[in-house]
Write a new protein. Structure first.
Length: 70
């Protein structure tokens, strides 16, 4: 029997790539949350509240996934 070479990315590389993507997603969510807070401070608007809720949800999701992976 001949051994076939695995030319795809290793499991470690896939995991590191996923962690990197989650960190980037967390940073984007945190930036959106900060933007929502700054907009909300200037004036109260429904879009600002939606930005806050959505970005907080995304940030928590990314951080929970990172915690499970590490």
């Amino acid at each position: 029997m001949s051994k076939q070479k695995n030319t795809g990315p290793s499991e470690r590389e896939l995991l590191l790539s996923r962690i990197k993507n989650l960190v980037i997603g967390s940073a984007i969510s945190a930036a959106a949350l900060l933007l929502g807070i700054l907009v909300h401070i200037d004036f109260i608007a429904i879009p600002a509240l939606l930005i806050l809720a959505g970005s907080l949800s995304g940030l928590l999701s990314h951080l929970l996934q990172l915690r499970r992976l590490k």
